[in-house]
Design a binder for this molecule. Structure first.
Ligand code: HBI
Ligand code: FE
Length: 295
């Protein structure tokens, strides 16, 4: 995502943050949050990793209305030292990585309109806060996200942001995890989306492949529609172990020049949980123009 061409809005501070201005939300905006929250709260139990439900409880996110970051951050800081900061929208990569490395998660402060209930251009506060923040109350995942931020700062120096963005995309945004009774979702892009919550686990269309860092860093991803492949981790502990101690520079060097893998590719060494039919993707006209996926 080439975010280095973004111009910092006048209302934003040097670190691109803006005040949330929680008092300015109207009843219709709080009602939209409640509508989205209740829809997912009914759907997720049994499908989402238990750590996500634990995070909702720890952060008391089940309270009606759009969360007030000041209240939310008091609990989140206690849990893992993270806080949520409001930003006007997408921020440049270096700004994004610096916030993550310092345990600050950047969140949009606007919420989608009723006619955008099923997709919108940029992540709104429901995607960012409902999708991403509950897992930041989990100490292991919280460490992973901070490590990702530090990794992003290093990757920027090595010209490898795109490779690292794939790791973010296939874990933080669209990750699946092995559970005792089958696969569970944990990626924010799935968790915050009614239809992708169903698609990611139940639909025969997408591939579901065991997490492999090198293979994943070669794999393209969709930003305009449901994923055609999902990657499955064994646990947050395993994901953290494979990444926090790994110096990615040799990996980037090794991958330099290797051809990317298509979004629906299956490789000989893949641990295949499900070989997708790709029916869904084939039934869709290829999306062009503005990248927007269901948040
Ligand atoms: N900015 N606000 C915001 N939210 C994101 O998720 C985000 C971003 N800037 C860059 C970015 N994500 C990714 O492209 C980085 O992982 C590279
Ligand atoms: Fe996101």
């Amino acid at each position: 995502m080439a975010n280095d061409t973004l111009a910092r809005p006048a209302c934003a501070a040097d670190d691109w943050t803006v005040p949330q201005e929680w008092d300015r939300y109207g009843a219709d905006e709080h009602a939209m949050w409640d509508r989205l929250f209740e829809r997912q709260a009914r759907l997720l139990p049994g499908r989402v990793a238990p750590a996500f439900i634990d995070g909702l409880d720890v952060l008391r996110l089940s309270k009606p209305g759009i969360p007030d970051f000041a209240e939310l951050n008091a609990r989140l800081m206690d849990a893992t030292g993270w806080q949520v900061v409001a930003v006007p929208g997408l921020v440049p990569d270096d700004v994004f990585f610096d916030h993550l490395a310092n345990r600050r998660f950047v969140a949009g402060r606007f919420i989608r309109k009723p006619d955008q209930i099923d997709y919108l251009e940029e992540p709104d506060i429901f995607h960012d806060v409902f999708g991403h923040v509950p897992l930041l109350a989990n100490p292991v995942f919280a460490d992973y996200m901070a490590a990702y931020g530090r990794g992003g700062q290093r990757a920027a120096g090595l010209g490898a942001i795109e490779r690292l963005a794939r790791l973010y995309w296939y874990t933080v945004e669209f990750g699946l995890m092995r559970g005792p009774e089958g696969l569970q979702i944990y990626g924010a892009g799935i968790v915050s989306s009614f239809s992708e919550t169903l698609f990611a686990l139940d639909d025969p269309s997408p591939n579901r492949i065991g997490f492999d860092l090198k293979r994943l860093m070669r794999t393209n991803y969709r930003i305009d529609d449901f994923q055609q492949s999902y990657f499955v981790i064994d646990s947050f502990e395993d994901l953290l172990r494979q990444t926090i101690e790994t110096d990615f520079a040799p990996l980037y060097a090794e991958l330099h020049g290797t051809p990317d893998l298509a979004v629906d590719a299956i490789e000989p060494d893949d641990r295949i949980y499900h070989r997708g039919t790709q029916h869904y993707a084939r039934s869709r006209p290829s999306q062009t123009g503005n990248p927007h996926h269901e948040p």
